[in-house]
Design a protein around this ligand. Sequence first.
Ligand SMILES: Cc1cc2nc3c(=O)[nH]c(=O)nc-3n(C[C@H](O)[C@H](O)[C@H](O)COP(=O)(O)OP(=O)(O)OC[C@H]3O[C@@H](n4cnc5c(N)ncnc54)[C@H](O)[C@@H]3O)c2cc1C
Length: 371
Amino acid sequence: MNDIQTRFEHCAAVAREHAARVDKEGRFPSEAIEAIRERGLFGLLSAKEVGGLGGTLRDAALGIRTLATACASTAMVTCMHFAGASVIEKFGRRPEREAVARGEHLSTLAFSEAGSRSHFWAPMSTAKPAGSGFVLDADKSWITSASHATAYVWSSKPVSAEGASTLWLVPRTAPGLTVTRAFDGLGLRGNDSAPVQARGVGVEGAAMLGEDGKGFDVMMGVVLPAFNVMNAATSIGLMEESVRLVAAHAGATRYENAGMSVRDFPTARASIARMRVRCDMAATLWLDTLAALEAGREDAQLRVLECKAACNDAALEVLDLAMRVAGGAAFRRDVPVERFFRDARAGSIMAPTSDVLYDFIGKAATGLPLF
Ligand SMILES: Cc1cc2nc3c(=O)[nH]c(=O)nc-3n(C[C@H](O)[C@H](O)[C@H](O)COP(=O)(O)OP(=O)(O)OC[C@H]3O[C@@H](n4cnc5c(N)ncnc54)[C@H](O)[C@@H]3O)c2cc1C
């Protein structure tokens, strides 16, 4: 294991210690996020020239998989940070890039909106010129780390250019921003994925990330590959740990009446085997997606679409099986798979949702344009 993955292992140990309480209380996983910051991992994707670790998407994705075996909320907060940090690294100003590298900037994405819902590529919110800067108005429907991020990587309609969107870096404490309600979700309960309203939020011109009207290109070229691979990594971590937990439970339980364990039932063994196979199939596709991106392969974009849908949906199946094999013990929280079951529900409804990804993949397969 390399140095970066050793750091993630340490952070996962901290996350594991607090995961049950984070879930129960629906509170931000501050201890684990602080551990990630302390070990320099906020700046994993920042270039060495600004003080970062100069790591790769593979480093980030493997780390998120490790975190997800312990606490999926921690993994998803980290995923959103790396997604936002990738945009800042490419289009942000040097002081912000350095702040991310130093661990002083927790990032996230503010794409989803009440008006266009999961169609993040089509914001309804506005950016209008005001003096030397701009004024933003929006109803963002979900922002992970809403009350904890340093600044949001934010989408709006273009100011004046052609195109679907423009991106901005908006400080969380900017006057006019309001987190309108606390997050109380079925799963990923530590995520702080709350709605945020913007009313007349002033930003300077330099807050624009990339060019006016070019937000869609950044979403597709920078955010989508990173986000899809890292979101899929969360699903894989959840599957890996649930296979381990359920296999251990099946071996440890005893039927004194029959002198047997759950693992002595062929049906239970077959279910665990199906969990293992689904997890390994998904992980193999995920690793091939990383290989395709690294090699600049022609099928890289298709793999990026496929891997999130495949891993998210595999996690739904694997966690369904996990609940079944672990029986009432899982239902009653004796075996902590029910948290994994709830956490696994999020991936496929996070945009691009599985339905949308299958539609895109189907369009690609039948020669239709994606948009
Ligand atoms: C835990 C969590 C954290 C999140 N964090 C963030 C974040 O940090 N930043 C951010 O920007 N967003 C975030 N989101 C929002 C997320 O990306 C989605 O936008 C959101 O989950 C969509 O919910 P909705 O009710 O608006 O879905 P809707 O858009 O209302 O979708 C409802 C259903 O319609 C389906 N559907 C929609 N369009 C199509 C289509 N074209 N074809 C077929 N089916 C379709 C969907 O798949 C879904 O099943 C988060 C979501 C969750 C659950």
